[in-house]
Design a protein around this ligand. Structure first.
Ligand code: ADP
Ligand code: MG
Length: 401
């Protein structure tokens, strides 16, 4: 990858009504060959950002560059960018081969060259045997592969995809994810991919830019986002999270101490910009929390400098590969602990008083502005769970709702 970014957004704002910016101060660089996802709830500005890159919308302020050149004055068909949308957008009256050839005929390529390229593009998505059919004779997954072939046929340097798998069922969506990842690798494509599905973004991307309310909250590699969320919004939106609210009582180097509403004090890695007295959220993944059911195990955890909170077992949910234990802290906040179903484990009995423990470096204390906490509404989380792999994967926003 060269040092110059291949795609760059600098200070980009977009307003449709001249009053309210739906994209605000967007700075984002994408390297050549990188797969970057724009992830965020509905209405957060992902499609608008993609449309500005594609040339279907123009920025109200700021600049967008491709390979160092400003894109502003270039019409969409001269941008060397392929696009795939959720609804395939195939021409129903044309055959599959004619659909794939369309971008080539627009570019006035010779018939013989078109034929070679269409064949190659259909081979790539393993549909060369269906070239003579019409879109209505294909399944949804096959139609989406045609749309993919059509976006790739003119060998664009960048491919933009806007929720391309949103209309497909789970199995098909997963196999298409691998197909797109394979094409990205084999063709060294630069891909900017829009999705509201965090699993999809984490699985496919080199880097994910998390959007909320027109702003990028964090742009980082999937592991970094999951392990090192920059703020409460990212922690809640990416993966499942126990968010416990409290006040920062002290910070020391990379650590912060947080007093929870039940007056217990817990410690975690400190997020940037925390000061004593701030309202903050402790972000704890359910798989990093443990149940200490006996006084001896509580004592052992305390000796190892682990965090300990006391809680009541409220619900036990069997999920096949794991159990989910819902616990209530004395002041009412809920914690969910994921217990892997790998061996016979003694799960605590319903209604029992027990303790939840976790390592200090397995949680993070994050700035929690009201805006960040309100940015996830129950609707977003509902929509989000139906599109992810199972209903039990919906994000936890304990202490927020
Ligand atoms: P996302 O793709 O993240 O769901 P969008 O970029 O589509 O978000 O929308 C961001 C905001 O801009 C939303 O509030 C949406 O209603 C508004 N919006 C999108 N397109 C238009 C448009 N053509 N005219 C006016 N408002 C729009
Ligand atoms: Mg959209």
């Amino acid at each position: 990858m060269s040092s110059q970014p291949f795609i760059s957004f600098a200070g980009v704002c977009k307003s449709y009504d001249g009053v309210h910016n739906v994209v605000e101060g967007l700075d984002l660089d994408v390297a050549r060959g990188e797969f970057v996802s724009l992830l965020g709830p509905s209405g957060s500005g992902k499609t608008t950002t993609l449309m500005m890159l594609a040339g279907f919308e123009s920025p109200t302020r700021g600049e967008i560059r491709l390979a160092g050149n400003r894109l502003d004055d270039k019409p969409p068909h001269r941008r060397d960018i392929g696009m795939v949308f959720q609804n395939y957008a195939l021409f129903p009256h044309m055959t599959i081969a004619e659909n794939v050839a369309f971008p080539l005929s627009v570019r006035k390529m010779s018939r013989s060259e078109q034929k070679v390229r269409v064949q190659r593009a259909l081979d790539m998505v393993e549909l060369s045997h269906l070239g003579a059919r019409r879109p209505a004779q294909l399944s949804g997954g096959q139609q989406q592969r045609v749309a993919l072939a059509r976006a790739l046929v003119f060998e664009p340097s960048v491919v933009l995809m806007d929720e391309p798998l949103g209309a497909l069922d789970k199995r098909l969506r997963e196999s298409m994810q691998y197909e797109i990842m394979r094409l990205h690798r084999e063709l060294s494509l630069t891909i900017v991919y829009v999705t509201h599905d965090q699993n999809e973004a984490l699985t496919m991307s080199d880097r994910v830019a998390v959007f909320s309310d027109g702003r990028i909250q964090q742009a980082a590699a999937p592991t970094e986002l999951y392990e090192n969320a920059a703020n409460a919004f990212v922690a809640n939106f990416v993966g499942e999270n126990n968010g416990l609210l409290g006040h920062v009582v002290s910070t020391q180097g990379e650590w912060a101490a947080l007093q929870l509403a039940d007056n217990s004090t817990v410690y975690g890695r400190a997020g940037a910009g925390l000061a004593t007295g701030d309202t903050a959220m402790l972000a704890l993944r359910p798989e990093r929390a443990h149940i200490a059911a006996t006084p001896a195990s509580v004592q052992e955890a305390a000796q190892q400098d682990m965090n300990v909170v006391h809680a009541l077992v409220q619900e036990l949910v069997y999920c096949g590969d794991h159990h989910r234990v819902h616990l209530k802290l004395s002041h009412g906040e809920t914690v969910v602990v994921k217990v892997p179903n790998t061996q016979h484990r003694d799960l605590p009995a319903l209604g029992r008083q027990t303790a939840v423990t976790w390592r200090r470096d397995d949680c993070k204390v994050l700035p929690a502005t009201a805006a960040a906490l309100n940015a996830i509404t129950p609707q977003d989380s509902a929509g989000f769970s139906t599109s992810s792999s199972s209903s039990s994967d919906s994000p936890l926003i304990a202490g927020v709702n």
